[in-house]
Design a protein around this ligand. Structure first.
Ligand SMILES: [Mg+2]
Length: 413
């Protein structure tokens, strides 16, 4: 097994040889192979809902270990089996293989698992090149990523506080916007949409007062309303100038109802925190039905896919406002979105939370997340806080099948 120091020496030698001759850039990366993939449960899984924050590692024979996050036991096991023995630098080819080698196409859960592994592959490449991932993706265009807070602890804010005070203190903490859920009610109680929506206007007016005339606020309709109520709700708060209205109808109805909503309301719209792959929502972006995409990592299939979505959004002048996700995936989002030329606002919920398994991860300050110059994703694991739940060391070939074009690229079967 090649030790990390030997590997870096080999890398330097190869790179030097490249300067003298016409060695292509990819030759600077020596041939290494993936030998083991593991998955771990973190000490404090997401307490809010079933969003995966399982930690995934990809180990190579060079000693470099890539770190990712997301997926479930079975989706990781099958996809990881396609990686064993492969060159971790061929990320696009590996992504295509994981996504296409089995009869049933990856649904949202499996795409999340592929995304977790994809993060780890980018981490390996960054570590091998000794570059932060945002540098490999083209370099940062912004100094920091602006945030809005959900369920994080902001100093001074207490649970008994009203919307006006919470909004004011959130702005003082440096966030770009205050976020709240529309007409909240205790869970497992009656939710009468028509009655609840009557409270919307006064709640939003209170928030507008709290953030001040130049502050920003976003409201999450949380898919609570049917189309007619959503139209009424959006129009009722238009003059209070929300930054956007999030998830205005049921996700299953997005393709049908959002184009109708777009014609009937003037508030900016954001949608899609549950979306998986690009073909879930490309039409809504291409037709500019929404102003902001909520697509996030690893849900869309990882960094490889996120950058394609970024290109789609850039083409159609749609912003990216990703849903909050696990801490490693959040770090990966900073790398991706630092390089995106369009508007970005990230949902964030780690202020005041402990992450004992990640002694190095997020660079958060004054309501903002900063890109860093650490190699790869820039995260460090403390394994003693992790519980291993999966180990894959053998390739998965059963029931897998690929066809190749004449040039060797993967095609349909
Ligand atoms: Mg939401």
């Amino acid at each position: 097994m090649m030790k990390r120091r030997e590997f870096l020496r080999a890398l330097a030698t190869t790179a030097a040889a490249g300067i003298a001759g016409v060695t292509p850039l990819w030759a600077a990366l020596p041939s290494i192979k993936i030998k083991r993939v593991r998955a771990f449960l973190p000490p404090n899984p997401n307490p809010l809902f079933n969003q995966s924050d399982m930690v995934v590692t990809i180990e190579t024979d060079s000693g470099i270990v890539g770190v990712g996050e997301g997926g479930s036991h079975d989706t990781i096991a099958q996809s990881a089996g396609r990686l064993i023995g492969q060159n971790p630098f061929e990320i696009e080819r590996l992504w295509q293989d994981m996504n296409r080698a089995f009869f049933y196409p990856a649904g949202r859960e499996k795409t999340d698992g592929i995304g977790a592994l994809d993060l780890a592959l980018w981490d390996i490449k960054g570590k091998a090149l000794n570059l932060p991932v945002h540098q490999i993706l083209g370099g940062a265009v912004r100094n920091f990523c602006e945030l809005y807070n959900t369920a994080g602890v902001i100093p001074g804010i207490t649970s008994d506080m009203g919307l006006r005070e919470r909004a004011r203190l959130t702005m003082e903490a440096g966030y770009r916007a205050f976020r709240f859920g529309a007409s909240e009610a205790p869970k497992f109680t009656t939710y009468d949409t028509r009655e609840r929506i009557n409270h919307l206007r006064s709640e939003c007016a209170e928030v507008r007062e709290g953030v001040g005339p130049n502050g920003n606020w976003v409201i999450d309709f949380h898919q609570r309303f049917d189309l007619a109520d959503s139209i009424r709700g959006c129009n009722m708060i238009e003059d209070l100038a929300p930054f956007f209205v999030e998830d205005p109808t049921r996700a299953e109805a997005f393709a049908q109802d959002l184009p109708i909503l777009r014609q009937k309301v003037n508030v900016p719209l954001a949608a899609g925190e549950e979306w998986g792959n690009r073909w879930d929502f490309n039409r809504l972006v291409e037709e500019h039905t929404i102003d902001y995409v909520r697509a996030t990592l690893p849900n869309v299939g990882g960094i490889t896919e996120m950058m394609k979505i970024a290109a789609l959004c850039e083409t159609h002048f749609v912003g990216i406002v990703p849903h909050f996700t696990g801490p490693i995936a959040t770090a990966a989002l900073v790398h991706c979105l630092s390089t995106f030329s369009g508007p970005v606002l990230m949902e964030y919920n780690y202020q005041g939370r402990e992450l004992p398994h990640l002694p190095v991860c997020l660079d958060f300050k004054n309501g903002k997340l900063y890109p860093n110059q650490r190699a790869g994703l820039g995260v460090e694991l403390d394994y003693k806080h992790l519980t291993q739940v999966l180990e894959v060391t053998e390739p998965v070939t059963a029931r897998a099948q690929n066809y190749y074009r004449t040039d060797g690229s993967i095609t349909n079967w």
